[in-house]
Write a new protein. Structure first.
Length: 134
């Protein structure tokens, strides 16, 4: 299981659940303010109201502005000469945990240090515009 990000031109970026969770938390650590996602109800028949979350793969859309802000935050993480593991915003951690994505505390510094090329690929993908999470 994972997250398949699909751009408006059909480009795809597959990310494992743990990788996606780590990216969300890392971006938030570097001042990303999530705008919230939107859901096309013609494509998706949810019974409950949509909460704007990022932690599922229900076909929700990340706007071009939010994708750019996400990319900016991840780029700042890549440029940080001395990253530190500090507590992340518990509201994001709690929302991810509610959908079963957090099974253990993620250490972001080791994730950043061992996944620099992958993070740069995600930055480049997000710089190209809005996308859908499947």
């Amino acid at each position: 299981m994972g997250m398949n990000l699909i751009s408006d031109v059909g480009e795809e970026q597959w990310i494992s659940v743990s990788g996606w969770t780590s990216l969300l938390m890392l971006a938030e650590r570097y001042n990303w303010q999530p705008e919230g996602t939107t859901l096309n109800f013609e494509q998706n028949e949810l019974v409950v109201p949509w909460d704007g979350g990022y932690g599922s793969n229900d076909g929700q859309r990340v706007s071009i502005e939010d994708a750019g802000a996400f990319a900016n935050a991840l780029e700042q993480a890549l440029l940080d000469p001395d990253p530190k593991d500090e507590p992340v915003d518990e509201s994001l951690a709690q929302s991810l945990d509610e959908v079963g994505f957090l099974t253990a505390r993620i250490e972001l510094v080791p994730f950043l240090q061992t996944n620099r090329e992958f993070i740069a690929e995600v930055v480049a993908f997000c710089r190209r515009g809005s996308f859908i999470i499947w």
